[in-house]
Ligand binder design. Sequence first.
Ligand code: BMX
Length: 285
Amino acid sequence: MAEVQHTLAIDLGGTKMLAALVRGRTVVETHRMATPREGNPTIWLQSLFDAIAAWKERYGRVGIAVTGIVDDGHWSALNRNTLDIPDRFPLTDTVTALSGAPVFAANDAQAAAWGEFVFGAGRHEDMVFLTVSTGIGGGIVVNGRLLGGLAGHFGQFRLDESGADTLEDQVSGHWIAAEARSHHPGATAREVFAAADAGQTWALGIVETSARRTALLCRNVQMALDPKRIVIGGSIGLAPGYIPAMEAAFGALSPRLKPSIHAAELGENAGVVGIADLAERQQQL
Ligand code: BMX
């Protein structure tokens, strides 16, 4: 009997590329690779499709979620430190050529927001999703609708008039690794978390500063949108100790003002599950 067709779902972030065969909320098989960061998107995508060539007959549609903004199937960076994407790269056309299947493309954090809304910690209520990862991304679901375009790009908030520094440049995995340099040259964000876990004061200080700033962002988001829940994802956001450090930063905030924060239930699969569902709905239109 022929196998039921899956959706090929791809989550292409600043650090890793995750490809998955997905049915509903079930992730059947995955393949993960580091994002090469050198070369260009055609080369990155080609290397990913080479690695999953054996899946070719198993999917009938593709959803691709990417770091950066997607407009009419064209992909651009907002912050080239997160990933250096040329302006208006023809993402949908390139992936259609590589896969031979219909393609739906969206921003990675917006896709993850949708995954958590439908299948995870969002509980079908008005919600904001925040991924703290290489950068900081976000997605907003209001009245059952995912907002597209720039909506949810909280990491791009500017901190002063010069506009040089974005919020994510002072919070994200990039910032954590850069802050660690004077204490531990070459340390990755993951190593900073391991050092914090082992009780090293310099690392604890970096993690707490990042978590405090994310907590402040959540307070501001609450004032802007008053979501029922703010769901936290991303490799930094889900690292042990990060959400508790955010909770501690809320301190004695009154219950009415305090954001209700929850760990992403789909974990690192939020993006692939969300984009698979969006691709499926798109095809049914
Ligand atoms: C940046 C921006 C967002 C993205 C977020 C998280 C780029 C290339 N990306 O704010 O579109 O959602 O990073 O991305 O401008 P990640 O790679 O850390 O998951």
